[in-house]
Design a protein around this ligand. Structure first.
Ligand SMILES: Cc1cc2nc3c(=O)[nH]c(=O)nc-3n(C[C@H](O)[C@H](O)[C@H](O)COP(=O)(O)OP(=O)(O)OC[C@H]3O[C@@H](n4cnc5c(N)ncnc54)[C@H](O)[C@@H]3O)c2cc1C
Length: 506
């Protein structure tokens, strides 16, 4: 097998015929099979796509990745999957492959109904605590940015996730892109297609079904929901995300072992996208080229400060799950075409930063920061905001630049509102970001970005993935504390489903 590198101007994708012709020309043979395996943007000089192409001779075997088939599970043993986020959905798809019947219990609504609740929240500031940017079909992943990057090394499982996304409607380019992205306009249809597949094969979906208790049965579990329904199942995959405090409390009451876990907290930073394009493309950005991204990591007094979930051409959204708090996040459509570039810029918080031995104490710290972000007398979910240099110099901004955040920005002393360790680290970090023009008063900081990852970990057996002292319950995904982001949560859900299958086969 040869490996070849091809390039094309950024924004102009190579098609199969071009690749085949380029391979024929380069290697002077016309009996070769060319497979594009990777595409990445190179902005160092003239902006380019760089493609890695694997080339196979006729006598070399090329084995494309194929997904395992789903089985008919109408009459198979049932497994409850609590939460229909990426971890829950991909666990359920894996259960189908393993011949087990997933019963998905989701506290929020179907994606179609959820869209209306999200519109009411964004436009009018009316929050449905069970149906919002975090809760509902598809979980926090549905109205997310849909970036599919992960640092997980479980390569095989990553491929399962990406191939499943393509099977259910994502653009196949995510299979080769170094930074794959779906977009919040495309995710809802994909999430619906996944549901239809699961139901068609014999699984069940129950919306507005908040799980309130899990009791032992001689040969399984009895799962009860707030509407009074009960489900008799062989095992439970608990994929409830990191915003469900009630689930952590339920597990503690049941004797589960939970521990405080480090997480990160900070602000969303919004720049004009044109400024980021000019910096990252060195002035070479032209219409038709992708909106530029950035990322950075710094150490400030031994503490990590880093950009998180950057959304080029994106918008800011209110992602609170309860009234009386302000939480921001970012998303973008597939075209990444808004005038703004936003990113979380967050500071690492460790369990030692919050004294005590309560496993939920970092959750309390997070909640306190979200409450302090409410601006007295403002519109619901309006965000406290400050220009970047004003923040670093401890000055309230006399005016604010235009923002994508529909709930509105209110000039506020973010340098005093944020926890001191967060404000202090950010004030030192921003002037040192090595992106040309980044440190500017054209940039707006809005608070708070607090739902970066789970501040709690549910202890589980590293082999079986079963919760410690929680026989038959498999905590999975971001809320369990073993994943962060869509792909790694989905991978963790898959692993949980495989563990359940292995256990039930014993
Ligand atoms: C606006 C936004 C943008 C984001 N952008 C990206 C991105 O671009 N890329 C990326 O990788 N990540 C992104 N994320 C993070 C990503 O969405 C999460 O990491 C991921 O969704 C976690 O998956 P999960 O399945 O573990 O949990 P979740 O997605 O949080 O799903 C948990 C589900 O469990 C349900 N649930 C909770 N409690 C109960 C209960 N008691 N009973 C029944 N159901 C319950 C919830 O309603 C929810 O639907 C974004 C998040 C947000 C909010």
């Amino acid at each position: 097998m040869y490996t070849l590198e091809l390039t094309s101007p950024l924004g102009i994708a190579l098609d199969d015929a071009y690749v085949a012709a380029a391979v024929r020309r380069e290697l002077r043979r016309d009996d070769l099979r060319a497979v594009v395996v990777k595409r990445s943007a190179d902005l160092r000089g003239k902006p380019l796509w760089r493609y890695r192409v694997d080339v196979y001779a006729p006598d070399e075997e090329y084995v494309p990745y194929t997904l395992p088939e789903y089985r008919d599970v109408h009459d198979a043993p049932a497994v409850a999957v609590v939460g229909a986020g990426p971890a829950g959905m991909f666990a359920a798809l894996r259960l189908l492959m393993e011949g087990l019947k997933p019963i998905i219990l989701e506290r929020g609504k179907s994606v179609h109904e959820r869209k209306k609740d999200i519109a009411a929240l964004s436009r009018n500031g009316v929050l449905d605590p069970e149906s919002n940017f975090c809760y509902g079909e598809g979980g926090a992943g549905t109205f997310s940015d849909g970036k599919l990057y992960t640092r997980s090394s479980k390569r095989g499982d990553n491929r399962e996730v990406l191939h499943q996304f393509v099977r259910f409607g994502a653009d196949p380019s995510i299979l080769i892109d170094a930074h794959p992205h779906i977009g919040s306009d495309r995710l809802p249809a994909i999430v619906e297609n996944i549901r239809n597949c699961i139901i068609e094969h014999g699984g069940e979906y129950h919306f507005s079904s908040k799980v309130v208790s899990i009791d032992d049965l001689p040969d399984g579990k009895l799962v009860r929901t707030a509407d009074g329904s009960a489900y008799d199942v062989r095992a439970v995959i608990l994929a409830t995300g990191h915003s469900a405090r009630d689930v952590y409390e339920m597990l503690l009451a049941r004797g589960g072992k939970l521990e405080a876990k480090g997480f990160a907290l900070g602000v969303r930073v919004e720049h004009p996208q044109s400024l980021i394009n000019a910096a990252q493309y060195h002035g070479a950005w032209r219409p038709g080229m992708p909106a530029a991204e950035y990322s950075f990591v710094q150490q400030v007094d031994g503490r990590g400060v880093f950009s998180f979930c950057m959304c080029p051409g994106g918008v800011l959204v209110p992602s609170s799950t309860e009234d009386g708090t302000v939480v921001l996040n970012g998303m973008s459509g597939s075209g990444r075409s808004s005038r703004w570039a936003n990113a979380g810029v967050v500071v690492q918080i460790e369990p030692e930063d919050v004294p005590g031995d309560d496993p939920l104490r970092l959750l309390d710290f997070q909640q306190e920061a979200e409450r302090r972000a409410v601006v007295p007398g403002s519109e619901p979910f309006a965000a406290p905001a400050q220009r970047m240099k004003d923040f670093c110099e401890g000055r309230i901004s006399s005016t604010l630049p235009e923002t994508s955040y529909k709930r509105g920005a209110v000039s506020s002393p973010l340098h005093e509102i944020l926890p001191p360790v967060v404000a202090g680290s950010l004030r030192k970090a921003f002037p040192k970001v090595g992106i040309r023009g980044y440190y500017t008063n054209e940039a707006l900081l809005l608070g708070v970005e607090s739902r970066t990852s789970s501040p709690v970990r549910i202890a589980r057996d590293p082999e079986t993935l079963c919760g410690t002292a929680l026989k038959g319950i498999y905590p999975a995904g971001e809320g369990a504390g073993y994943a962060g982001g869509i792909v790694s949560s989905a991978v963790d859900g898959i692993r949980a489903a495989m563990s359940v299958a292995a256990e039930l086969k014993k």
